[in-house]
Unconditional design. Structure first.
Length: 264
C-alpha cells in the first residue's frame, strides 16, 4: 500500500501524488499487462477515485492507453528512463546481435519503439553515413514514413492506428513519399500480413530500409529492427532476397534474449 506523506523521512518535501502515480505505473507487469480501474485501486492500495484521476492523467499525457474498460502502458513510459534503458538494457542485450547482422549485410541497422506520432531510436549500429540527418539513441522520425513505424503500427491496437491516421497530415518528404492516408492504411495492413515493411526513398532520396518486429514471449511487437541501405547498393528485390531472412533471425534472437533476461 502506498504510504502517507507524513510517514516519509523526507517530511514536507515528499510528494504523495507523484509516489502514487509511479506506483500505478509499476502495477503493470508481464503477468498483468492490462488492468481495470478497480484492479489498479486494489494493487496500489488507493481509492478508486484516486486511481481514476491518476489513470486519466497518465492517459492524457500518453503514458497509458484504454479500451474503455482496461488500461495498459504505452511505449512512452520508456522515456522516463530512456538513457538507462538504452545504455544498460536493450543496447547491451541487442548490441552483439546487431553487430553480427551489420557484418552479414554490410549495412546499418537500428531498433526503435513506437511513440506516436513518431518512432524513437533505442539502439543503432551504423556502418557508413547514408542519411543527411544524424540518428542516435533518442532520435525521432515520423512513424508513417519509416519501415519500423509501419511494422509497429501494424501490430498496434486498431483504435490507436485509426486515431493516428485520422489526424495525420502526411508531408511529402520526397517524390516517393506516400501521402494518401488510405494508401498508408493499406501499407500498414500489408506489413502486418507480410511480417515486414519495406520503404523505398520515402523518407530521404537514396535511402531504402526494411524492418521486422521484435516480439515478446506473447507475440506482441515491442520494438522493430531494420536494415538501411543506400539505393546505389540495394534494390527492393535484393533487400527481400538477401537481407530479410538475416533480419528476421536477428529480431528473433533479440526477442529471445530480452525475454530470458526478463526485459519483455
Amino acid at each position: 500500500m502506498v504510504g502517507d506523506a507524513s510517514t516519509s523521512a523526507t517530511g514536507g518535501t515528499f510528494l504523495q501524488g507523484l509516489e502514487r502515480g509511479l506506483a500505478v505505473i509499476r502495477a503493470f507487469n508481464a503477468e498483468m499487462p492490462s488492468l481495470t480501474l478497480s484492479e489498479v485501486s486494489r494493487e496500489v492500495g488507493i481509492t478508486p477515485a484516486t486511481a481514476r484521476r491518476i489513470l486519466l492523467t497518465l492517459e492524457e499525457l500518453g503514458y497509458v492507453r484504454s479500451d474503455g474498460r482496461r488500461f495498459s502502458l504505452t511505449p512512452r513510459v520508456l522515456a522516463l528512463g530512456w538513457a538507462y534503458l538504452s545504455s544498460l538494457d536493450l543496447g547491451d542485450i541487442a548490441g552483439p546481435f546487431m553487430e553480427e547482422l551489420s557484418l552479414k549485410t554490410q549495412e546499418s541497422c537500428s531498433i526503435a519503439t513506437l511513440d506516436l506520432p513518431d518512432i524513437v531510436y533505442v539502439a543503432r549500429v551504423p556502418t557508413r553515413r547514408i542519411m543527411t540527418v544524424a540518428l542516435g539513441v533518442g532520435a525521432r522520425l515520423p512513424a508513417y514514413v519509416t519501415s519500423m513505424g509501419r511494422v509497429l503500427l501494424a501490430d498496434a491496437p486498431a483504435h490507436e492506428v485509426s486515431t493516428y491516421l485520422s489526424a495525420l497530415e502526411p508531408e511529402e518528404l520526397t517524390d516517393h513519399t506516400v501521402t494518401s492516408v488510405d494508401e498508408l492504411r493499406g501499407l500498414i495492413t500489408q506489413a502486418g500480413a507480410d511480417g515486414y515493411a519495406l520503404v523505398d526513398q520515402e523518407l530521404e532520396l537514396g535511402l531504402r530500409s526494411i524492418a521486422v518486429p521484435i516480439r515478446d514471449s506473447r507475440g506482441r511487437a515491442v520494438a522493430a529492427l531494420n536494415v538501411s541501405a543506400h539505393a546505389s547498393r540495394s534494390t527492393r528485390a535484393s533487400l527481400r532476397a538477401e537481407v530479410l531472412d538475416p533480419l528476421r533471425e536477428c529480431a528473433d534472437q533479440i526477442g529471445t534474449a530480452l525475454s530470458r533476461r526478463g526485459r519483455i
